[in-house]
Ligand binder design. Structure first.
Ligand SMILES: C[S@@+](CC[C@H](N)C(=O)[O-])C[C@H]1O[C@@H](n2cnc3c(N)ncnc32)[C@H](O)[C@@H]1O
Length: 215
C-alpha cells in the first residue's frame, strides 16, 4: 500500500493530443448509439477530472459507500476510494471489464475489502438483490438514458432516504428538472455535460406525484 486511504492525490496529468483524437472518435461512436431506442451500453471511461470533482461535490469520506452501476474497469471506484477513503461496490455485466477491474483493485492503494466487485446485470432483479443496499450512500451511473430511467425507480425503492443517486451525462426526463449541474464532458476538450445529484427522498416524492397523475 503506497498511499493512505483518504489522502488527497493531485489531479491526473492531461492526456497527449493524439490520445485525445482517438478518445474523441470513440466518444462520438458512443454517442451515435443513442439513435437506437434502447442501445446496449458499451464501456466509456468517466474523465479523471470528473472523478476528482465527484469526491468534492459529494463530500465523500470514509463513512460513504458508493455503488457504481456498470463499473467498467473499476477506475472510478478506485479513484473515489483512494481520494476519500469511501467504500465501493461495482456491478458489471462484461466479464472482461470486470477482470480488468479486479486486477486494478489488487494494484490500487486501497484496503482489503474496501472495494467489492460483482458480476451481474442491473436489468436483472436477482443481480440487484445481491447488492448491499443498506450501506450504500451514493449510487452512481454513467449510462444511457433508458438505463437511468429503468434504474431510478428501483434505486429510489431500495436505497435509504438519506442516500443520493448520481447520474453523469444522462437523466430520465421525469427527474431531470432542478438537479442539473454542468461538468466536464468526455468527448473533447471543452465539452460539458450534465451531472445530476438527486436525494433519494426527493425521487420518492417525485415518483409518488408521478403515480398520482392521470396517464
Ligand atoms: C459508460 S461505462 C461507465 C464505466 C464506469 N462507471 C465509469 O464511470 O467510468 C458503462 C458500463 O456499464 C456496463 N453495463 C452496460 N450494461 C450493463 C448491465 N445491464 N448491467 C451491468 N453493467 C452494464 C458496461 O459494460 C460498461 O462497462
Amino acid at each position: 500500500m503506497s498511499d493512505e486511504p483518504g489522502r488527497r492525490r493531485p489531479p491526473p496529468d492531461p492526456p497527449e493530443p493524439r490520445d485525445e483524437i482517438r478518445h474523441a472518435a470513440r466518444a462520438f461512436l458512443w454517442l451515435m448509439r443513442l439513435s437506437d431506442p434502447r442501445p446496449a451500453i458499451p464501456f466509456m471511461a468517466m474523465p479523471a477530472i470528473v472523478r476528482v470533482h465527484l469526491v468534492e461535490r459529494l463530500a465523500l469520506g470514509p463513512d460513504d459507500h458508493v455503488l457504481d452501476l456498470g463499473c467498467g474497469d473499476g477506475a472510478t471506484l478506485i479513484e473515489l476510494a483512494t481520494r476519500s477513503g469511501c467504500r465501493g461496490t461495482g456491478l458489471e455485466r462484461d466479464p472482461a471489464r470486470l477482470a480488468e477491474a479486479r486486477a486494478a483493485v489488487t494494484q490500487a492503494p486501497v484496503e482489503p475489502g474496501q472495494i467489492t466487485l460483482i458480476e451481474g446485470d442491473f436489468e436483472d432483479e436477482a443481480s440487484l438483490d445481491r447488492l448491499p443496499w443498506a450501506g450504500i450512500t451514493v449510487a452512481l451511473m454513467f449510462l444511457y438514458p433508458w438505463a437511468v430511467g429503468l434504474l431510478v425507480p428501483r434505486l429510489a425503492e431500495r436505497l435509504s432516504p438519506e442516500a443520493r443517486v448520481v447520474s453523469y451525462t444522462f437523466a430520465d426526463t421525469h427527474f431531470a428538472e432542478g438537479r442539473r449541474e454542468m461538468v466536464p464532458g468526455f468527448a473533447y476538450p471543452g465539452h460539458r455535460v450534465p451531472l445530476y445529484v438527486w436525494p433519494v427522498a426527493e425521487l420518492r416524492d417525485a415518483a409518488r406525484v408521478g403515480a398520482a397523475e392521470p396517464a
